[in-house]
Design a binder for this molecule. Structure first.
Ligand code: FSO
Ligand code: SF4
Length: 539
């Protein structure tokens, strides 16, 4: 195995035996095979798309299969192998259809098009198969961004939203990583286009979420517990939450959100449910303690799942692209999921142990913030708000992420943090106060709601008369962990945002030369320490 796709990769270089995340070497190798097969599917489906004979079933498959390989998503060899088998099946069906429609010239097929279940093991599907370090770096950067697109695309798709151009780009990008004629310049431009498509897919997901559940509104989210049994729902899939809330209504079972599901509490549609009690615990990596003390069943709707402890193995469930050996996986039938087994189990469980009390504020997506834009603009004009700091992205378990708590605490009182993603848990309970009623932490939602932060930034800047977003009083101190955050970063770069500070470490997959391009073009830099970063970010 060789995997270096996330921030906690071994020694900042690459996991080679088992993953630091708990992924087994066998699964990592199968994931490489799966990505290889997906490139083959992409090759044929690009042609099918051109011939207007591509089918939605391929899009569904592609999004789920790519999503399953994201850090902390599907840890099962069986889960990945099934997708490899399905990939071959689908690929052969597409190929046959192309032949039936005279839309395929079989005389000149590239190597990727000729992979079969039999010869797959003879192919070198690993990341290191690309010898040139810079080409490898750019190819993987592109693939990781595409994985991020797939995850957001999948959440949008289950709510009936899609973007054909983005789906087509996924195929173009995957095939491009097999094309030896492409130069590093060609690949850089594809990587930036990936960022553009990332923005488009986040927009599609926003349309899906707000269309189905309304525009998030400023909400005090309870972080305490009640004395009834509960179900804890984690991950990013709001459609799963909706179905769970409907099915638990009137059963005497409460529902709590965990991790990235926290923002759901601010959507009007979900606020209607009296038995949605609030949010329990912190970000993804606290699972081992918090799932234990929750006492009731837990439903994981996406990453990040942490290898579960035996103590709660019998009451954790997965659905969608996420999976773990020994954990019951629930699948949809005709778009509906049956959560009755979870609900029945919950009834027999003790109520959750209360970990904290009080509330945290959420719901500051673009609609609610820009509705109150005048107030914010006035505060900027009068000098009460001097700077906005975007501190979006991921949380992670390494001790050095304490930096983000320290940084947030050290920020002067005339600054406002704009956040989205699970990075917020490093400072959303600090009680950083407000500026004339404007909270100093404006939480737009999940990591995909970084889309909202861009719209907020653009909206505020337009009202303040800035034309270039880099002239505005906004700085970026971004925390990354997995591939969705890679996509968000690419989206920000594509918007032309300069001077992003990235941490807690730089991606292992960015080679020195590729880093030089990022520095030269975007002045991106690693975070250092609170004092130094404060100085340059507040400049
Ligand atoms: Fe966090 Fe995990 Fe949303 Fe990521 S839960 S780390 S960027 O999967 O997806 O922010
Ligand atoms: Fe290592 Fe991260 Fe890959 Fe897991 S996802 S194997 S921790 S690089």
């Amino acid at each position: 195995m060789f995997c270096y796709q996330c921030e906690e990769t071994m020694n900042g270089e690459g996991c080679t035996k088992n993953g630091m995340c708990g992924k087994k070497g066998e699964v990592a190798d199968l994931q490489d095979d799966l990505i290889y097969v997906l490139k083959s599917v992409a090759f044929y489906n690009q042609k099918a798309r051109k011939a207007k004979i591509s089918e939605e079933i391929t899009d569904d498959f592609m999004l789920d299969a790519l999503f399953s390989t994201i850090t902390n998503t599907d840890f099962r060899a069986t889960g990945i192998q099934e997708r490899i088998d399905r990939g071959f099946e689908l690929r052969d069906e597409i190929k046959q259809k192309l032949l039936d429609n005279n839309a395929l010239d079989e005389s000149d097929l590239p190597e990727i098009a000729t992979v079969t279940p039999e010869n797959l093991k003879d192919r070198n599907t690993g990341i290191l198969a690309t010898e040139n370090e810079d080409i490898r770096s750019l190819r993987e950067l592109l693939i990781f961004g595409i994985k991020g697109i797939a995850a957001y695309g999948h959440h949008a798709m289950v709510l009936g939203q899609t973007n054909k151009k983005v789906l087509s780009f996924i195929e173009e990008g995957l095939v491009a990583t097999t094309d030896d004629s492409l130069t590093d310049k060609n690949l850089v431009s594809l990587v930036l286009r990936c960022g553009e498509k990332g923005f488009d897919i986040m927009a599609a997901l926003d349309t899906a979420n707000t269309g189905a559940f309304g525009n998030p509104e400023p909400t005090e989210v309870n972080i305490g517990t009640r004395d009834r049994p509960g179900i804890l729902i984690s991950g990013h899939d709001l459609n799963d939450l909706k179905q769970l809330l409907d099915q638990t209504e009137g059963t005497g079972v409460d529902v709590y959100t965990h991790g990235e599901m926290l923002p759901a509490n601010s959507y009007p549609e979900f606020k209607k449910y009296e038995h949605l009690v609030g949010n329990y615990g912190g970000s993804w990596w606290h699972q081992k303690q918090e799932f234990e003390s929750f006492n009731g069943p837990i439903l994981m709707t996406s990453n990040c799942i942490v290898p579960p402890k035996k103590t709660y193995m019998d009451r954790i469930y997965t659905t969608g692209s996420v999976g773990f050996d020994g954990v019951t996986h629930l699948v949809a039938k005709d778009g509906k999921k049956d959560f009755s087994a979870i609900i029945e189990q919950a009834k027999k469980c003790e109520p959750p142990v209360q970990l904290e009390e009080g509330s945290i504020m959420g719901g500051f997506a673009y609609d609610s913030v820009l509705t109150n834009a005048d107030k914010i603009v006035d505060a900027v004009k009068s000098g009460k708000i001097k700077k906005f700091i975007v501190m979006a992205g991921c949380d992670g378990r390494h001790k050095d992420r304490q930096y983000y708590t320290d940084f947030a605490e050290a920020l002067p009182k005339d600054t406002v943090i704009l956040t989205a993603g699970c990075a917020k848990y490093r400072y959303n309970k600090l009680g950083l106060g407000d500026i004339d009623g404007i909270p100093r932490v404006l939480d737009a939602g999940q990591c995909n709601d970084c889309f909202s932060l861009v719209i907020i930034a653009q909206g505020l800047m337009a009202r303040l008369g800035f034309i270039d977003v880099n002239e505005a009083p906004i700085s970026y101190n971004i925390a990354w962990y997995e591939q969705k955050a890679v996509l968000v970063l690419l989206a920000l770069l594509r918007m032309g945002i300069q001077d992003i500070v990235l941490g807690p470490t730089l991606p292992a997959f960015v080679s020195p030369n590729v880093l030089k391009v990022l520095v030269d073009e975007f002045n991106i830099s690693p975070n250092t320490n609170v004092e130094e970063d404060m100085e340059r970010l507040l400049k």
